[in-house]
Design a protein around this ligand. Structure first.
Ligand SMILES: CC(C)(COP(=O)(O)OP(=O)(O)OC[C@H]1O[C@@H](n2cnc3c(N)ncnc32)[C@H](O)[C@@H]1OP(=O)(O)O)[C@@H](O)C(=O)NCCC(=O)NCCS
Length: 214
């Protein structure tokens, strides 16, 4: 129903990217797949484009989960963790399928893995007037080095590389804005990817117990 622009596997994580800029009839079909709670949330968006993006991104998530669990998209039940991380709920809560999503403008990305937590984040590379302040407030030493490494013209790319890596880690943990601890490479694996032209993305997956035991 919604157009999948790319799918691939990075170190046991399946990553799917999708465009969210669809025609009104496709948006209406997506809306039909949503739960009552999701429809209420959709109807609270003030901006029509934000509403469309939420509807299409959430319907696509349902389709992708439904395909992996062999059930119709509308039958998927979702719950959410203490900081809002979506997870499978109800009759699907026992599944070992793990997922996470990110969307920016008209691009959405989804990460799927089995038995291991995942986090994903994408951003369009753009100039941020408060980049220096955000970098000193939120980035680790490594993150600041990635941000500051390129010459000034390359700083937006460095900033969003660091930003998406930090966000993907926070999202793998299911934490929120206040989370401060550094990245633990013993337990987590980080992989950058390019979701679309002009965008950067990062995926973080829990390492397998076999790797941790080495
Ligand atoms: C949700 C959060 C984790 C990411 O939000 P974001 O980057 O603005 O938005 P994204 O599109 O990448 O992700 C949104 C999706 O993540 C998922 N999500 C929501 N809360 C989540 C959480 N705590 N953990 C993991 N995933 C979460 C949802 O699927 C959500 O999609 P939805 O809005 O359709 O339900 C954000 O609320 C947050 O707390 N970010 C931390 C900010 C921060 O510390 N920044 C430091 C600079 S790097």
């Amino acid at each position: 129903m919604c157009t999948t622009v790319a799918t691939g596997t990075i170190a046991d994580v399946e990553v799917v990217t999708t465009g969210l800029d669809v025609q009104p009839d496709a948006t209406a079909a997506c809306y039909d797949l949503l739960s009552e709670t999701e429809r209420s949330r959709a109807n609270r968006f003030a901006s029509a484009s934000d509403r469309r993006r939420f509807i299409v991104a959430r319907a696509r998530l349902r389709e992708l989960l439904g395909a992996r669990l062999h059930v119709p998209a509308a039958a998927i039940e979702l719950s959410s963790g203490p900081n809002g991380k979506p997870a499978l709920g109800g009759q699907f809560a026992c599944s070992d399928l793990r997922f996470n999503t990110s969307h920016c403008e008209d691009v959405a990305a989804y990460a799927f893995a089995y038995g291991r937590e995942v986090g994903i984040d994408i951003e369009r590379v753009r100039v941020m007037s408060d980049a220096d302040t955000l970098a000193s407030r939120f980035f680790s030493d490594d993150g600041r080095a990635t941000y500051e490494a390129p010459p000034a013209s390359g700083r937006p790319l460095g900033f969003f590389r660091s930003w998406t890596r930090k966000e993907a880690f926070i999202k793998a943990l299911g934490e929120g804005l206040d989370y401060r601890a550094g990245f633990d490479a013993e337990q987590w694996q980080l992989m950058p990817f390019t979701p679309a032209a002009g965008f950067v993305g990062a995926v973080v997956i829990e390492r397998s117990p076999a790797w941790q035991a080495q």
